[in-house]
Ligand binder design. Structure first.
Ligand code: IMP
Length: 189
């Protein structure tokens, strides 16, 4: 790999920025976090939201990355999905855990990462399946981490070190594709 690749990650979420930085470091990518609130249109899929976020960062030079993600619960028809951030800040975990007392607890986290390199834009996606724990456990991470148990685990994302979450999270699966794409472009150009 030749030299350092620089990338600006635009988000208001420090937890996402920390993860993106760690996930991309092995690719020789240095991430600069730019804190900016981006428009989130009413849409039921993450890629549509990511496209509008990409349109809102046109003024930022160089390689730019944006991301949209959410928790999709099967028995709630995918809710809270694209409304995950809003639902959590308005209600916390309580109503969701109550709703799930008599429903199946299967869920998935999804992430869509939007990359702009030169005049090209690309969207990369990642998911991780799991279940919603009956109560919150752990203090690491952010958002719904204390109630999400990935398949094959007994602990929530909030009960493990960041590196363990980054091995299989939705965000790492999407953002590693960004790393591979950028590293490949750099070595072949
Ligand atoms: P947005 O992408 O800014 O719309 O926000 C996504 C929201 O989904 C976050 O604020 C969290 O509530 C939730 N979320 C997305 N990814 C994760 C994760 O890795 N852990 C926990 N919660 C997440």
């Amino acid at each position: 790999m030749s030299g350092v690749i620089r990338l600006t990650f635009v988000s208001t979420n420090p937890g996402k920025a920390r993860e993106v930085r760690e996930i991309l470091a092995p690719y020789g990518i240095r991430v600069h976090w730019r804190r900016r609130r981006l428009p989130e249109p009413q849409a039921d899929d993450l890629s549509t939201v990511v496209r509008s976020k990409l349109a809102a960062v046109k003024d930022i030079p160089g390689n730019v990355l944006v991301e949209d993600s959410g928790l999709f619960i099967d028995s709630l028809a995918g809710f809270p999905g694209v409304y995950s951030a809003h639902f959590l800040s308005a209600w916390g975990f309580g109503p969701m855990l109550e709703l799930l007392r008599r429903r199946a607890r299967d869920a998935e986290f999804r992430a869509a990462a939007g990359l702009r390199v030169g005049s090209r834009t690309r969207i990369f996606t990642g998911t991780v399946r799991g279940t919603i724990a009956p109560r919150a456990r752990g203090t690491a991470g952010f958002g719904y981490d204390p109630i999400f148990v990935p398949h094959g685990w007994t602990k929530t994302f909030a009960q493990v070190p960041p590196a363990a979450k980054n091995r299989l999270s939705h965000r790492s699966r999407a953002v590693r594709k960004v790393g591979e794409y950028l590293a490949r472009r750099t070595t072949t150009s």
